[in-house]
Design a protein around this ligand. Structure first.
Ligand code: ATP
Ligand code: MG
Length: 566
């Protein structure tokens, strides 16, 4: 995991049976970050960063207490009106051999709650891996519609019900034969979103109206009382707040892992803010720090605004370079239609990290009357064709059109990094060929990731590589480097491309025309050929000495190597 996404993460060992020093009844407040929710940010209830409140039973109290106490807390402490609450319980599924959670339903009814929906997927939790603790859940929803909720309205059929609270009953252990055995230690795991609670308690329309957001929204949009309802303002506010907390926790903008997520949050905020009236960024950052510093004093320890501003100016410089590139390209060869315009946008994205969503605007600035739909769909097709399915999960979750400077597999911010990742990319092709040569044709790519420091390559193979095998792979690969073969590419209809024997993913949907990159003088005798979107170095000699620095398991039947070039 790159980030903590829920209150349970830090408690996993204790949920599995380790003794917690504070006992068997716990409460916590966990700052959580969910990049998977980024596309929903801007609606009334989803944030990337939020605080999750939880209470926990480690083999202590169970269903009756958890339900009763959460209901009492919701109705007595938070004073939420009873007729505006609904709950969901697990409906039961024959595939699991587990019936509906009648016990939970009975407890809810005994408390006077009648609005009970029964769901399957939403009301089953876990296990985290193939086996382990899991169980049914019950969730509490609050009505946010204008009038009274209609009689037949339920969370499953009416999205005016907003989920505030999830109670997980960890009562089963899923075993290797996929049966569910009752757990000896039954746990309670609850998660309550602080921002959503504040929203419903105050009768607000969205989480952006709560006190904690107020100074930030005011800093972003000083004159407008309805700014909190503007989707762009919401996105900018969410991303600034999330970025502030990430920076405070020690993340630096970069091209990989957490740093990459941070970079994209900041750049997306900067980009979306471009559609708003200008505002003072350091003031906005300070508004977050000011709202939270009492509870999270570590926010005062890092120069957060400075990190923000540095990243912002890097982004602007890059954007300027991309703009100049487009202007120059158009001068040299004007575009005649939407397809050509999309191709230019894609080129600017690959070579100058132009955010894809800005492509249309920038080209339209020079060339009028480009059909927007045709442009977007051509661009989508290009992105699809050039994305390897191996891109890391965390990036995938950002959706196709982010503010990226990558091809999915390759990431670089400047010219030097670009040269380095191109060499590593070609080295990856050479290594795949070498592995197949030394280990056998069962070797298939399972994943690939390249940053300016190293390449990483996952492939099917069931045993650990011996030292001799590693040396043999390196020797074969470096021999290809020494031969200084040209890296060439050819676009072919899919069937023809398949017939060349070029490596590709079997259950991947490819476009009708694909690009095959091959290393050698012709396709038939090439030392390596793969379906690939590029880019690569021009000759294998440019790659330099390839050294495998690590060999390890990456799951059942999958090995992982890391390698560098010098
Ligand atoms: P939803 O279906 O509304 O996305 P969820 O099922 O993903 O919610 P859980 O994973 O059960 O939510 O998380 C527990 C609680 O955390 C939720 O009841 C909600 O109050 C809060 N929560 C979850 N996701 C978010 C989010 N993106 N922004 C703010 N609060 C959230
Ligand atoms: Mg969710």
């Amino acid at each position: 995991m790159l980030f903590t996404t829920a209150g349970m993460h830090p408690l996993i060992p204790y949920l599995l049976g380790d003794e917690h020093p504070d006992g068997s009844r716990l409460v916590n407040i966990q700052r959580s970050l969910r990049t998977g929710d980024i596309d929903e940010v801007g609606d009334a209830t989803h944030l990337t960063f939020f605080e999750m409140l939880g209470h926990w039973s480690l083999g202590d109290y169970f269903k009756r207490e958890a339900i009763t106490w959460s209901y009492r807390f919701a109705t007595e402490e938070l004073q939420l009106p009873k007729d505006k609450l609904a709950v969901t319980i697990y409906a039961g599924e024959t595939s699991r051999g587990i019936g509906s959670d009648e016990e939970a339903a009975k407890i809810w009814r005994s408390l006077g709650v009648e609005r009970i929906d029964q769901l399957t997927d939403d009301n089953w939790w876990g296990p985290v891996h193939a086996t382990g603790p899991c169980g049914p859940t019950t969730e509490i929803f609050v009505w946010t519609g204008n009038n009274e909720p209609p009689t037949d309205s339920l969370p499953g059929n009416d999205d005016r019900w907003v989920e505030i609270w999830n109670n997980v009953f960890m009562e089963f252990n899923k075993t290797t034969d996929a049966t569910y055995q009752p757990l000896k230690q039954k746990n309670i795991d609850t998660g309550v979103g602080l921002e959503r609670v504040l929203m419903v308690v105050n009768g607000y329309e969205s989480v952006y109206q709560i006190d904690l957001f107020e100074p930030l929204i005011a800093a972003i949009s000083p004159d407008k009382s309805l700014a909190h309802a503007d989707r762009d303002v919401r996105v900018v506010a969410d991303h600034i707040r999330a970025a502030v907390f990430l920076i405070a926790d020690g993340v630096e903008p970069s091209n990989k892992d957490r740093g990459y997520v941070l970079r994209r949050l900041i750049r997306r905020a900067v980009h979306v803010a471009g559609r708003l009236d200008p505002f003072n960024w350091p003031t906005a950052v300070e508004a977050v720090v000011g709202a939270y510093a009492d509870e999270y004093p570590h926010l005062l320890e890092r120069p957060i605004a400075k990190v923000f501003m540095t990243e912002q100016s890097k982004f602007y410089q890059q954007l300027e370079r991309a703009k100049r590139f487009i202007a120059k390209s158009l001068e040299k060869s004007p575009v005649a239609n939407a397809q050509e315009a999309a191709a230019l946008a894609f080129l600017a994205y690959q070579s100058h990290a132009l955010p894809l969503e800005l492509g249309y605007e920038l080209i339209e600035h020079h060339v009028r009357h480009i059909d927007r739909n045709a442009f977007e769909s051509s661009l989508d097709a290009l992105v699809q064709a050039h994305q390897e399915i191996s891109r890391a999960g965390s990036e995938k979750k950002f959706g196709g059109h982010g503010l990226i400077l990558d091809t999915g597999e390759l990431k670089a911010t400047d010219e030097a990094e670009l040269q380095k990742v191109l060499r590593l990319h070609t080295a990856t092709h050479i290594l795949q060929a070498a592995l197949r040569h030394i280990l056998g044709d069962h070797v298939q790519q399972k994943g690939s990731d390249i940053n300016p420091e190293r390449l990483r390559f996952d492939f099917t193979h069931s045993e650990k590589l011996t030292d001799n095998q590693i040396r043999a792979v390196e020797a074969w690969a470096n021999d290809i480097v020494d031969q200084d073969l040209p890296m060439q590419s050819v676009d072919l209809p899919l069937h023809e491309a398949e017939r060349t024997g070029a490596l590709h993913f079997f259950n991947h949907k490819y476009p009708p025309i694909v690009t095959v990159y091959y290393l050698g003088n012709d396709l038939t005798t090439a030392a390596s050929k793969e379906f690939c979107g590029g880019p690569h170095v021009a000759r294998s000699g440019e790659v330099g000495r390839i050294t495998i620095t690590k060999e390890q398991s990456a799951g059942a039947g999958i090995r992982r190597i890391k390698a560098i070039v010098a």
